[in-house]
Design a protein around this ligand. Structure first.
Ligand SMILES: [Cu+2]
Length: 84
């Protein structure tokens, strides 16, 4: 069960699908729905990941739940897991 923190910047759970994984660069390409807290419409985009080890837990084609934030000016995935 995912807890959604209303109005909180830290604990949002977004939905997406993995399009590409670049472990060497610590990046993941996700097709995501609307991300209201980040003011983003649905799109496919590249995110930095907070920890490259996160990329071992997902594969291209997986539907995922993830958290993201703007860190140092870059959109960064801070948590990710396969969707149940
Ligand atoms: Cu986006």
């Amino acid at each position: 069960m995912l807890a959604l923190a209303a109005g909180g910047a830290a604990a949002q759970a977004f939905e997406g699908e993995v399009q590409r994984i670049d472990k060497a660069q610590g990046r993941i390409t996700l097709r995501h729905g609307e991300l209201k807290p980040l003011d983003m419409p649905p799109m496919t985009m590249i995110f930095r990941v907070a920890d490259p080890a996160m990329l071992d837990r997902v594969a291209v084609g997986d539907r995922v739940r993830f958290d993201a934030a703007k860190v140092g000016g870059q959109y960064t995935v801070t948590a990710i897991a396969k969707a149940p």
